[in-house]
Design a protein around this ligand. Structure first.
Ligand code: GDP
Length: 463
């Protein structure tokens, strides 16, 4: 469906665009065709509608009795040179809840209505300021709390991701057009779309879409933190390590609420990447019922993790034992990066860790803070190994986009099957159209009201 069909056109909307609570200033945003008419009725000092776009003006806001509510600054943006492409005024007033309430009430009294969650951004999208993926990136940008999350959201907002999707969509469309041409001339038995060439193109598209879909594991990790489970026998020093890691990053320590004693989650940002550490209950065979519940949870946590830190006590544990444990972990979690950590090396004058081939790890002393930086480096490398190395790479961070890419891949598999079976060109063309449809869902070329409502309702009011 065409986005223009949903334009809300008539209403002029208003909302506080800065966080509620007491800040030094609060910014109230008004957008819509009556913005100037509404604001002129409460703003004193100048007639705003007579001023040029992209100018700021000092004045007072007064109520119907002529009482001054606040001294404010109004910034003017005339359509279409505004965020929503509509007439927009941003009123900066003092940050008191009372003042903000009063000003918004006054504006509503003069004909504006309170904006719904995400409605400003929704209008920006509907009026063609940006596509859907870019609008979603704005929410991510506002929420970004680490360098990597910020980088990815910024790139998406500036359209890198959308460009890639649009480019893919064009390639698909060309292919579909060729096939349809062939259909039109089918009686004449002409094969316009050379089958080898089509196969080559299909493979290319499949690789491109698969790469994007696969980047979601990383994108999700950047957005929500890379889950790292610390596992090992009781007394290996897991809690001590967690404390050491958190101490090195005092500024950004945050315990995640709602976690139970048997698996504590804490976050540390290392070189712009957020790691979410999960200290699991010590792994061992046990007859104790409560402890076994803890262990079952530990196993569940390990499944969710992207990195497993296997920690052992270098004094107590024999090499055969820990190597067997590591081999077992790798076999049980083939998609998870395992890092081996030998703890308590302070007990040795000199410590050598003999790592099996293909296993990374290091010796540390959690208690004495020895080699913690080496471990941090290994963690960063584990994430970077399949990320950000290529600055042009597009990273999918949004579940909705990931699902659309999966649907595209399903449609592609269908295309392949139809081709392999030598079925009619008509069917191939229809499968390709399905793939194009799913790609279009990402940028909003294909959208529907429910989807839009869903996406924008996740924004806060005022965004
Ligand atoms: P967890 O059961 O794996 O969480 O282990 P803890 O962190 O509770 O540590 C178990 C014991 O090992 C405690 O007495 C710690 O003080 C001790 N410990 C932890 N790390 C080190 C270390 O690097 N060197 C030494 N010598 N002892 C440590």
């Amino acid at each position: 469906m065409n986005p223009e069909q949903f334009t809300q056109k008539e209403d002029t909307i208003v909302a506080l665009s800065t966080p509620s609570g007491s800040g030094a200033i609060g910014v109230i945003r008004v957008s819509g065709k009556d913005t100037f008419a509404v604001c002129d009725q409460v703003f004193y000092g100048k007639t705003l509608s007579e001023q040029a776009s992209h100018t700021v003006h000092f004045g007072t806001i007064r109520n119907d009795e002529g009482q001054i509510i606040d001294e404010v600054v109004a910034a003017l943006f005339k359509a279409p040179r505004s965020f929503t492409k509509e007439d927009v005024i941003e009123v900066s007033c003092h940050g008191s809840q009372y003042i903000i309430q009063q000003v918004i009430q006054l504006l509503i009294g003069k004909g504006a209505r309170l904006a719904k969650a995400g409605e400003f951004t929704q209008r920006a999208y509907l009026n063609g300021r940006m596509d859907l993926a870019q609008a979603e990136a704005i929410a991510d940008l506002i929420a970004s709390d680490s360098k990597a999350a910020h980088q990815v959201a910024m790139k998406q907002m500036r359209g890198g991701f959308s460009k890639k999707i649009t480019q893919l969509r064009e390639e698909f469309t060309k292919l579909a057009a060729l096939l349809e041409l062939e259909l039109d001339f089918s009686e004449e038995d002409v094969e316009f779309a050379n089958r080898d060439e089509m196969q080559r193109q299909l493979n290319h598209l499949k690789t491109a879409v698969t790469d994007m879909a696969q980047s979601f594991a990383l994108g999700n990790a950047i957005k929500n933190g890379v889950p790292v489970a610390i596992v090992g026998k009781p007394n290996a020093g897991k809690s001590t390590l967690l404390n050491a890691l958190l101490q090195e990053d005092k500024a950004i320590v945050s315990a995640i609420p709602g976690t139970t004693r048997d698996s504590i989650e804490d976050e540390v940002v290392l070189e712009g990447i957020r790691f979410r550490f999960i200290d699991t209950a010590g792994l061992r065979e046990t007859a104790d019922e409560v402890e076994s519940i803890g262990i079952a949870r530990a196993f569940a946590k390990m499944k969710e993790s992207q990195i497993l830190l296997y920690m052992f006590d270098a004094v107590e544990e024999k090499r055969e034992d820990w190597q067997a444990q590591v081999a077992q972990l790798q076999a049980d979690h083939p998609d998870t990066k395992v890092i081996v950590v030998a703890n308590k090396i302070d007990e040795y004058a000199r410590f050598d860790l003999f790592l099996p081939d293909g296993v990374v790890g290091c010796g540390i002393s959690a208690k004495e803070h020895q080699q913690i930086d080496r471990l941090q480096q290994l963690l960063i490398e584990a994430v970077q190994a399949h990320q950000l190395s290529n600055q042009d790479q597009v990273i999918v961070t949004n579940l909705r986009h990931y699902e659309a890419l999966q649907d595209t891949l399903k449609a592609l598999a269908q295309v392949q099957q139809t081709l392999d079976l030598g079925l009619s060109t008509e069917m191939v063309a229809s499968d390709i159209r399905t793939a194009i449809y799913h790609l279009g869902e990402i940028t909003g070329q294909i959208s529907n009201n429910d989807l839009l409502e869903f996406i924008f309702s996740k924004f806060c009011i005022g965004k």
